[in-house]
Design a protein around this ligand. Structure first.
Ligand SMILES: CCCCCCC/C=C/C(=O)SCCNC(=O)CCNC(=O)[C@H](O)C(C)(C)COP(=O)(O)OP(=O)(O)OC[C@H]1O[C@@H](n2cnc3c(N)ncnc32)[C@H](O)[C@@H]1OP(=O)(O)O
Ligand SMILES: NC(=O)C1=CN([C@@H]2O[C@H](COP(=O)(O)OP(=O)(O)OC[C@H]3O[C@@H](n4cnc5c(N)ncnc54)[C@H](OP(=O)(O)O)[C@@H]3O)[C@@H](O)[C@H]2O)C=CC1
Length: 276
């Protein structure tokens, strides 16, 4: 497969780890990075999801299962890249998520779960990559996937706060790690059409596109192009930046709930609990 917008071999020789690379945005990013010539290691918790994705993505893609919230797993993921390829040039910290719920209904345990995944997991992976691969090699790139709108997303207060923390850490780590040649930036994704959105109530999914001034959800390949751009030499100069890719969603200040999102009772439905 070739990239639709980047030259063949644009990222040739790079070794890139993509967390959450077995599904959705992470998988599409892995596909684009491979199309640009990189070798890619995808990771996540579910072995079968990763194995199937890597099989479809081709021989330069391999996988390693692990939980980004656990320091030992993060170190194992980085070590797998080093053992297989001798280097890790770029880490795409894409694993993350939350559940859709009104702010006043967020239990402390739920707040902690969302924070632990999005802030803790991101920092744990970034630190493992920096300590074990990038600082010893004299350089590297960390790309943190965060969330737009930056002024907060109703139904996702915990995640809005967590992603804001990641963006703060991105700026600080970019300064702290610059002397070692390690760049850190963030890609703030708006609303993208991935299978993960299926877990949100139907009316929420449908209305989400109406809150995007561009008039549609993002396509996974658009996000993947941004990740490839940030993995290119230009990304190094963007260190410390948060690049927003959201069809102007950040600039939408319409009513809450947007037309059609509430059900007959006037309430916005929340997300079903997972079973098992
Ligand atoms: C208007 C906007 C609509 C468009 C949105 C577009 C933006 C999209 C953004 C995206 O990010 S899409 C990607 C979505 N992908 C994911 O969210 C995947 C990852 N998410 C998760 O794994 C979970 O959501 C999690 C909570 C982060 C997982 O953490 P963990 O496994 O540690 O948690 P649990 O043990 O399941 O739960 C802990 C705790 O959290 C509370 N809780 C969890 N789920 C719910 C829920 N559905 N409703 C209410 N509360 C929930 C709860 O307190 C749990 O504790 P217990 O009650 O189980 O003891
Ligand atoms: N789709 C959208 O509109 C937007 C998405 N985002 C963010 O982009 C990223 C990808 O989203 P999307 O592809 O839509 O959603 P997915 O739910 O498909 O992606 C989440 C990925 O992260 C992995 N993951 C979750 N928890 C862990 C963990 N503890 N350790 C390792 N891997 C984990 C999951 O795999 P597994 O369960 O096997 O571990 C999965 O592959 C997420 O951070 C999401 O919050 C941000 C803004 C908008």
């Amino acid at each position: 497969m070739t990239s639709q917008i980047f030259a063949d071999g644009a990222l040739e020789g790079q070794v890139i780890a993509v967390t959450g690379g077995g599904t959705g945005l992470g998988r599409a990013a892995a596909a684009e990075l491979l199309a640009c010539g990189a070798s890619v290691v995808i990771c996540g918790r579910r072995e079968e999801v990763l194995a199937e994705a890597a099989d479809e993505l081709g021989p330069r893609c391999s996988w390693v299962a692990g939980d980004v919230r656990e320091a030992a797993d993060a170190e194992r993921i980085v070590d797998a890249c080093l053992e297989r390829h001798g280097r890790l040039d770029t880490l795409v910290n894409n694993a993350g998520g939350q559940y859709f719920v009104p702010a006043e209904a967020i239990a402390l345990k739920g707040w902690r779960a969302v924070t632990r995944l999005n802030v803790g997991g991101t920092l744990t992976m970034a630190t493992a990559a920096y300590d074990r691969a990038m600082r010893p090699a004299g350089g590297g790139m960390v790309i943190n996937v965060t969330l737009s709108p930056h002024h907060g997303l109703a139904g996702m207060t915990h995640s809005s706060a967590a992603r804001a923390a990641v963006e703060g850490a991105t700026r600080e780590l970019a300064a702290a790690w610059a002397p070692d040649g390690v760049a850190v930036c963030a890609a703030a994704a708006g609303h993208f059409d991935t299978p993960a959105l299926d877990k949100y109530p139907e009316s929420v999914r449908t209305a989400a596109a109406r809150t995007v001034p561009l008039g549609r959800l993002g396509r996974v390949e658009e996000h993947a192009w941004l990740i490839a751009l940030l993995a290119s030499p230009l990304g190094r100069r963007l260190s410390g930046s948060v690049v927003t890719l959201d069809g102007a969603r950040d600039n939408w200040f319409g009513p809450w709930p947007p037309a059609g999102m509430a059900d007959e009772s006037g309430e916005v439905p929340t997300e079903e609990r997972r079973r098992g």
